[in-house]
Design a protein around this ligand. Sequence first.
Ligand code: PBG
Length: 326
Amino acid sequence: MEPLIARPRRLRRTPALRGLVRETRLHPANFIYPLFIVPGNGVRNPVGSMPEVFQLSVDMALRECQELLELGVNGVILFGIPEAKDSVGSGAYLRDGIVQQATRAIKQRFPEMLVVTDVCLCEYTDHGHCGLLHGQEILNDETVEILVRAALSHAVAGADIVAPSDMMDGRVAAIRNGLDGAGFQNIPIISYAVKYASSFYGPFRDAAGSVPTFGDRRSHQMDPANFREALKEVQLDLAEGADIIMVKPAMPCLDVIREVFTMTDVPVAAYQVSGEYAMIHASAANGWTNLELTMMESLTAIRRAGASIILTYFAKRAAQWLQENQ
Ligand code: PBG
C-alpha cells in the first residue's frame, strides 16, 4: 500500500497528545456569572425556565459570590428586580436601588470580586421597555440621560465596570463623559455593542421580570440578519470610548464574534444568553444530549471564535468541571 501523504490522526491518538495540541482552553477567570437581585432577605426563587438559576436577595447573593470565588470565577454581572417600577425607570438610578445595594454589599465583603453592572431601563420601567416612551416610540436622547444617571449611581456604589445593554445611540459617549466628569475616569465600559433582537432572551425576561407590555425591541436592538451593521455598531462604540466590546447572543453569532476579534484590538466578550442555556438544559433533561459535554463544547466554541470573556449561567458548573477534569 502507498504511504498516505498525511495522517492527522497521529496527533489524536492519546489524551496526552490531544492535550498537547489543544488550541483553545477555558479558565474560570474567563467567566462572568449573571446574578438576579431581588429585595428581601433569605430569598432564593428558582427561575422556572433556567434550571439552577435563582433570583437572590443581597444576603444570598453574597453566599453565591463566596462560592464563585472559591471556584476561581472572579466576575459577576448584576441585574436588579426592583421593589417598584414606574414609567421612567427611576429605580435604575436610586442611590439605594437594588443593584446599588448589592454592589455595595459585594464590594464590601469581597473587594476582589469584579462587579459589573448591567445598565438598562427595562427591569425598572412599568412598561418593560428599555427607554422612555412617547406614545409607542422609545425616545433616544432622553433615555440616554437616564442611563448616564444609572451608570453613575453604579460607579458611586462601587461597581468595577458598567455594561450598557440598552442599544440607544450615543450612550457609550454620554456614559463615558458622565463618569469622567464625576471622577470615575478609571471605570471601564463593556459595551453591548452588537446586541441582536433575539428570541433567545425569552427566559431572561422571566428571570428579570422585563417582558415588554406591548411591542418588541426591534426598534433599537439589531436585526439578526445583519452582519455589516454589527461592524458599524462596534466602530461607533469604540470611537465613543468603549473598553470592551460584547456580542450577544453568543452561539448564533460566532461569525460576528470572530470578525470583531479580527477587526479590533480590544478584548471581546460574548453573552451566552438565557435561551442558549435553557436549550442546552432542556435537551439534556430529555436525555437527548449530555449536559456537561454540550456545556463545555458551547463555551469552547465561543472562546475559539474569539471571545476571551464569556458571560454565562454555566459559570459555576463549568468552573467545577474544569477543576475536576483538568
Ligand atoms: C437588558 C438585557 C437583556 C439581557 C441582558 N440585558 C434582555 C433584553 O434585552 O431583553 C438578556 C440576557 C439573557 O437572555 O440571558 N437589560
